[in-house]
Design a protein around this ligand. Structure first.
Ligand code: SOE
Length: 387
């Protein structure tokens, strides 16, 4: 039985587009989901911009004050797609109003803020989720399946990169629409919260809790023009971050994130090496998962003359999510990870087993990110407090 679900979007930027597309398409490709999202209202301060956004994406109405959207009786779910410094106040208001909440990553500006948000949604008992979309790239979900099947065996090494180059030029300003990610007051941190957080979320999903970190960060361009104040101001974000980590399962982790890797637009990789095998993924080849099998979970060794890396084209019906799209061999991409996220979120509400990551789970990623920034500042190893 179809159930109506009125979505209220807050924000109109890049992520609001990705999420709106997902809300619109989920019923077409995941018809077994009972809820039927309707794009009821979108809120943003600029009336011209929010009206233009509503027209393109088919929102029924607009608000120029997010508080009015949250207060509306005809809104069931609030989707938070605004800069990080506004996540907490919106989430707290939405929880108090009994709305379901989905929030763009990272959860918050800090662990302390994230804790308040977790308490608020738990007190209100409302469904909640954070959009760490890369978990739902089918090849990454397949990696999780292989790990859970014991195909990697005892894990030794996890490594991941997220490399971009779009902020190298010193005349890129900070602050304001699109460039708030460079303003520490709006973003909280730089690549740590923006890029590394994705890799930490995926790493802990695949390989368990990260308990300790040692990090180094750098801000290569120290001052930038601020778009809102019109003044040249110090840059407070980290431009690059490297991390050594220890997982609770005894394996070692290495992470690198930067916006200064000339030539790389979104080089996002991960690799896990275990006793029985390895998995490796590169977002540039997001249809493929590389798998090296040394022996089966039952201990049967693969013949030495056929041992080698296997490249799995993750497009068969039996691969995660792929039976909902086209026919084997035909591919999907970035925007589909958001459709998968919505489908899982709604199925989680319908089944009573919430889809991950909930606010509570995303708070663990926040703790690791905070420990990383603490370690970079002190030059010492930092405990994450994640168990
Ligand atoms: C930043 O450039 C950014 O858009 C992040 O904010 C996203 O979370 C990431 O998926 C791609 O890069």
């Amino acid at each position: 039985m179809a159930k109506a679900l009125n979505v209220g979007m807050i924000g109109y930027g890049f992520m609001a587009r990705a999420h709106s597309n997902a809300w619109r398409r989920v019923a077409n490709f995941f018809p077994e989901v009972e809820h039927r999202p309707a794009l009821k209202a979108v809120a943003a301060r600029s009336e011209d911009k929010v009206r233009a956004f509503a027209e393109v994406w088919g929102y029924e109405s607009v608000e120029t004050d997010w508080q009015r959207l949250v207060a509306r009786d005809d809104i069931d779910l609030v989707d938070i797609c605004v800069p990080n410094h506004m996540h907490k106040q919106i989430a707290l208001a939405a929880a108090a109003a009994g709305k379901w909440i989905t929030c763009e990553k990272p959860l918050a500006m800090s662990t302390a803020e994230g804790e308040e948000m977790v308490s608020a949604v738990e007190r209100a008992g409302v469904p909640n989720m954070v959009w760490y979309n890369y978990r739902r790239v089918p090849a990454i979900t397949l990696a999780k399946q292989l790990i859970d099947e014991g195909r990697i065996g005892r894990p030794y090494h996890y490594r991941a990169q997220f490399l971009q180059d779009w902020t190298i030029a010193p005349d890129v300003p900070q602050g304001g629409a699109a460039l708030w990610r460079l303003d520490v007051h709006a973003a909280g941190s730089g690549v740590t919260g923006d890029l590394l957080a994705h890799n930490i979320d995926t790493a802990m999903w695949l390989n368990g809790p990260i308990v300790r970190v040692m990090a180094e960060t750098e801000t290569f361009v120290k001052e930038r023009l601020h778009q809102e104040t019109g003044k040249v101001e110090p840059v407070g974000i980290d431009d690059a971050c490297m991390v050594m980590a220890r997982f609770a399962n005894g394996s070692l982790g290495l992470f690198e994130s930067t916006r200064y890797a000339r030539g790389h637009k979104a080089l996002k990789t991960l690799e896990l090496n275990g006793e029985a095998g390895s998995v490796s993924f590169d977002l540039h080849d997001d249809q493929w998962l590389s798998f090296f099998e040394y022996h089966t979970p039952a201990g049967q060794k693969i013949d030495s003359h056929t041992t080698g890396w296997r490249k799995i084209h993750v497009t068969n019906f039996e691969h995660p999510y792929m039976d909902h799209w086209w026919v084997p061999g035909l591919t999907i991409g970035y925007e589909h990870t958001f459709v998968h996220t919505v489908a899982d979120f709604l199925k989680g509400v319908e089944s009573g087993t919430p889809a991950e990551p909930t606010f509570k789970t995303a708070l663990q990623t926040q703790r690791v990110c905070d420990a990383i920034l603490k370690s970079a500042k002190s030059g010492q190893w930092a405990e994450t407090g994640v168990a």
